[in-house]
Design a protein around this ligand. Structure first.
Ligand code: ZN
Length: 155
């Protein structure tokens, strides 16, 4: 998708402060839309770091949070809806998706995996931990991802 010309694009480490400690486990490119637009709200980064920490503590080993979708443009949204359908037509895509850039990078879709084995952390476990740090979480998608956003905190 991204050739030599854009190698390095958004390949920037993001620093968050979690309970007085500076941590950096995410890169800006992980939040990129298909077209290379990237943004992430500060409260989302801090929440992701906390979710990563808590899931790791529960597993007793390193857990990776894989961001499967961050910010979306209107064009990204239309493409997705063409595939999955709009919510009000029985599909899975909200017309006023919190992933839209206008909301400021407040939404992420993610899965969590145990680093050593690649085994997926169960969706409901990841969802429960996300609820500690995000305003709104949905964890009943068929493909096993969790949606989390900070619609109140960021407002
Ligand atoms: Zn989502």
């Amino acid at each position: 998708m991204c050739g030599n010309s854009c190698r390095g694009r958004n390949d920037v480490g993001l620093l968050a402060e979690v309970d007085g400690e500076r941590v950096s486990h995410f890169r800006l490119r992980e939040f990129e839309s298909r077209e290379g637009l990237a943004m992430v709200h500060a409260t989302v980064l801090a929440a992701l770091e906390r979710v990563r920490r808590d899931l790791g503590a529960m597993a007793g080993e390193e857990v990776w949070i894989i961001v499967t979708d961050g910010v979306r443009t209107q064009a990204d949204l239309e493409r997705l809806a063409a595939r999955l359908g709009w919510v009000d037509e029985g599909g899975a895509v909200a017309r006023r998706s919190k992933h839209l850039a206008e909301f400021g990078g407040i939404a992420v879709d993610l899965v969590a995996v145990v680093a050593s084995t690649g085994r997926r952390v169960p969706q409901e476990t990841a969802g429960a931990v996300c609820r500690r740090y995000f305003d709104w979480v949905k964890d009943d998608y068929r493909d096993g991802h969790v949606h989390a956003d900070n619609r109140a905190r960021a407002g």
